[in-house]
Design a protein around this ligand. Structure first.
Ligand code: NAP
Length: 497
């Protein structure tokens, strides 16, 4: 039976790897999700055959866990809106870290339970051999150091180290991801800095490491509990001050941490599917974190410790000048007579679900001979690849979609740059204003186009809370309204020509 279990884990791991590979392109991503999902179902169901699982209670517990978690995931997955996807991803990611930490907790508590028994057995044997009382034998063994070998003694040093590391990383990913979820879901303020935050973070981290070391040697459940509590606290303290435009970096960092924690705990319980899946997720998450940090032009240490991007530094002074608005119809007609148009989508396009109408509009422009391209900023929207997913859903061909570094120089030669629901990713303050909290973040240079049309409902700031001077530019026209309605108005105007 063990052979079947191990074979299933190997098969599940292969499915995870193939799934991830397929997810690297929007064309094959759907297939990738199905493969990885099938791997997960296999890895979960094979638990019933695991040699360590026996007794009715265990089977009933597994069924309850699968039914509750599967039911909740099915229900929430069906009703989640596209704009709520990022917070859902943060939540699921946190669950992965929490599950890894929970496995570590169970293993450690199991080790603690066997420690006294182990000592008891040895004391009884010594008492019989040396013809002394069991108490005296226990005392003698304790004096020699037995019973104080702690968790490492029961699990073995290598397993104990990985279980402890996995527990620390998993607890941080769990509580940090929950804070990220609360922020993305609007349940918590974007950035909250307490005085001396960095010192507090360093102290809590040092204490967590100290208790991790103590856990290695301990035979006290209290030490283990304090260690877990400190890990959870550190996750909260890392995530709470993150605000502004830094969220994508921290979310992908927690994703990487979850993968690592799962890999470590897989080693601790000898589960190859967890080791491989965890390593793959950890590696992919680390690469994504690097890409995101690069996209924001921010070293990871700055994101974690500098409190940059918090609304604290945001200038409270509004930009000088006035916004000039234009109707959707006039904007549409102007573009119909342009030669080159670049469309920059942002989070507001997802909110408005405007991608289908925008694509209809673009097809009308193309029929009139206008050259149209889409420009995607790496952190546009609320999760990596958010805009690519929306455009793919609307049927926009991939060869019309360009990454920031491939298209940025073309804005200067463009008649109209259309910004739909994007804000931070086109804010010139990031390029021109050293006092701005988002200074240094690469942006799409839409302001270099001959004309800029900004489609949004009002004149307010984006996710980072920083005012956008682009809206007041000489060459900028605001097209106020919901993205879908405005796109519909532009379609009607061009059809009427
Ligand atoms: P943004 O800065 O969040 O701005 C979105 C704009 O959309 C808002 O200014 C809003 O203005 C407008 N909007 C909202 N609903 C709309 C509707 N129905 N119709 C038309 N417009 C609408 O967006 P972004 O430029 O895409 O920048 C992304 C931001 O999110 C960055 O700061 C990034 O760091 C952060 N972030 C990204 C990720 C990621 O992984 N990509 C994850 C977390 C956070 P009105 O209210 O005036 O309409």
């Amino acid at each position: 039976m063990n052979f079947v279990v191990q074979l299933s884990y190997l098969l599940a791991a292969v499915l995870f790897i193939l799934g991830l590979k397929a997810m690297s392109s929007p064309r094959t991503a759907r297939k990738g999700i199905m493969w990885a999902g099938a791997g997960m179902v296999l890895a979960t169901l094979v638990t019933f055959l695991h040699p360590a699982v026996h007794g009715l209670t265990n089977y009933v517990l597994i069924v309850i866990a699968i039914a509750t978690a599967g039911g909740l995931a099915w229900w929430s997955g069906r009703r989640v809106g596209m704009t709520e996807m990022p917070q859902m991803v943060a939540l699921y990611n946190g669950m992965g870290g929490g599950a890894a930490a929970a496995i570590a907790a169970v293993e450690m508590l199991r080790a603690l339970r066997t420690l006294p028994n182990d000592l008891q057995v040895r004391a009884e044997a010594l008492a019989a051999d040396a013809d002394i009382s069991v108490q005296a034998a226990t005392a003698a063994l304790r004096a020699e150091g037995a019973g104080s070998v702690g968790i490492a003694g029961a699990l073995g040093a290598d397993v104990a180290i990985l279980a402890i590391l996995g527990a620390l990383i998993g607890t941080v990913a769990f509580s940090g991801s929950l804070i990220a979820w609360a922020k993305l879901d609007g349940r918590m303020k974007r950035s909250q800095l307490v005085p001396g935050q960095q010192i507090v973070n360093i102290v809590v981290f040092a204490l967590a490491v100290l208790f991790g070391i103590l856990t290695f040697f301990t035979d006290s459940a209290l030490v283990v509990a304090v260690f877990f509590a400190l890990g959870l606290l550190f996750g909260v303290f890392v995530a709470v001050p993150i605000g502004g435009a830094d969220m994508p970096v921290i979310i992908s960092l927690f994703n990487a941490l979850t993968g690592l924690a799962v890999g470590f705990e897989g080693y601790a319980i000898g589960n190859p599917a967890m080791i491989i899946a965890g390593t793959v997720v950890g590696a992919a998450g680390t690469l994504l974190t690097q890409l995101m940090a690069k996209a924001m032009n921010r070293p990871l240490t700055n994101v974690l410790f500098a409190g940059w991007g918090s609304s604290e530094g945001a200038s409270s002074e509004g930009p000088a000048g006035e916004m000039k608005d234009i109707s959707a119809e006039d904007a549409g007609i102007m573009m119909a007579y342009a030669e080159r148009v670049i469309i920059v989508p942002g989070y507001g396009m997802a909110v408005a679900q405007a991608q289908h109408k925008i694509w209809e509009f673009v097809e009308l422009l193309q029929d009139r001979g206008v050259e149209v391209k889409f420009a995607i900023h790496p952190v546009a929207g609320r999760m990596p690849g958010h805009m690519n997913v929306l455009l793919a859903e609307a049927g926009v061909p991939y060869d019309m979609i360009f990454d920031m570094e491939d298209i940025n120089e073309e804005f200067a030669m463009t008649d109209v740059a259309v910004v739909i629901g994007a804000n931070d990713v086109v804010n010139p303050a990031a390029r021109d204003d050293p006092s701005s909290p988002i200074y240094g973040m690469p942006i799409l240079n839409v302001d270099e186009a001959e004309n800029v049309m900004v489609i949004k409902r009002g004149g307010g700031a984006g996710f980072s809370g920083v005012e956008n001077h682009l809206f007041y530019g000489e060459n900028t026209r605001m097209v106020f309204g919901d993205g879908q309605k405005v796109a519909g108005g532009m379609v009607q105007a061009v059809k009427g020509l």
